[in-house]
Design a protein around this ligand. Structure first.
Ligand SMILES: Nc1ncnc2c1ncn2[C@@H]1O[C@H](COP(=O)(O)OP(=O)(O)OP(=O)(O)O)[C@@H](O)[C@H]1O
Length: 270
């Protein structure tokens, strides 16, 4: 079950209120697919394929909570369940079991550029993105110029997005997400897109948002950006929560686990 409330709950006057609470969360994907029959099976069954169900337990009994002011890094190998967790917290994916409670409006920067209509211009996609994020027509009109300007795409902003490079499309996605003034900001790999100049600009914007939002989540294989941007960290492995702690200690444990020597290059490539 996902529940979203507008205001944070204060339970203990000495502590910041909760921003997100994840309780015993499990998510299982079920995909059916047509398995190609062997020649013999095809002859026996006159070419009919066999429907197979493939089940993946992407998250298994994950629990944690974060308070206002937390910038949490999420680390783990490919397929560990990081994006699944983010999707569940954003309300895009319903839990198979367990609960997710979110206080405030979440804005996600998942898989940058996905969801754009490439036949439309960057500016038109900004309008659609703003409306999809729940802004009113008027709010979108008020912000579209600023969002377009921020991409620094010049006249490309009025050209169809199928003429863009992936980095240019990512700029549009990033700009829309960071201008939604979210309470809870969720960023998936945003820092790895764009060129050096845009990455720097994106980092500065994220630092600004981290300070104004109630909470932030950052998924990145660039462990350097996790230690730079975050004050809390979790490590997922095969859907399980392995560890929670300061970015330094969790990254250390993770690096030891995957037995990769610590060096600036490997840190960025994990
Ligand atoms: N839509 C889906 N249908 C079926 N299985 C899925 C789907 N999305 C993800 N999975 C599976 O769930 C598991 C977790 O995937 P997820 O994308 O959450 O991992 P991740 O930690 O974000 O990985 P990466 O670092 O590669 O982005 C993987 O085994 C993946 O194959």
């Amino acid at each position: 079950m996902l529940s979203v409330s507008p205001d944070p709950v204060v339970e203990d006057a000495d502590e910041s209120p909760y921003a997100v609470r994840v309780e015993d969360l499990s998510i299982t994907y079920k995909t059916t697919f047509e398995r190609k029959p062997t020649l013999k099976q095809a002859l026996v069954r006159f070419g009919r394929g066999e429907r197979k169900v493939h089940t993946v337990e992407a998250l298994k009994n994950v629990s944690f909570d974060i308070r206002v002011g937390t910038a949490m890094g999420i680390i783990g190998s490919n397929g560990a369940g990081k994006s699944t967790l983010m999707r569940a917290m954003a309300g895009i994916l319903p839990p198979t079991s367990g609960n997710v409670e979110v206080w405030g409006r979440a804005s996600t920067l998942l898989a940058l550029g996905v969801g754009f209509n490439k036949a439309l211009s960057g500016r038109e996609n900004i309008v659609l993105g703003g409306l999809a994020a729940g802004l009113s027509r008027r709010e979108v009109e008020e912000r579209v110029e600023e969002i377009a300007e921020w991409t620094e795409l010049g006249e490309f902003i009025d050209m169809p997005m199928n003429t863009y490079s992936s980095g240019m499309a990512a700029r549009v996605g990033f700009s829309v997400a960071v201008h939604m003034r979210p309470d809870i900001l969720m960023i998936d790999e945003a820092l790895s897109t764009g060129d050096a100049h845009f990455r720097e600009k994106a980092s500065a914007k994220m630092a600004e948002l981290r300070d104004s939002a109630r909470a932030m989540f950052l998924i990145s294989h660039g462990l350097g950006s996790i230690s730079e941007m975050c004050n809390d960290c979790i490590w997922l492995d095969k859907g399980r929560l392995m560890m929670r702690g300061s970015p330094e200690e969790v990254i250390d444990a993770y690096m030891t686990y995957v037995k990769v020597k610590k060096s600036p290059t490997t840190t960025e490539e994990m």
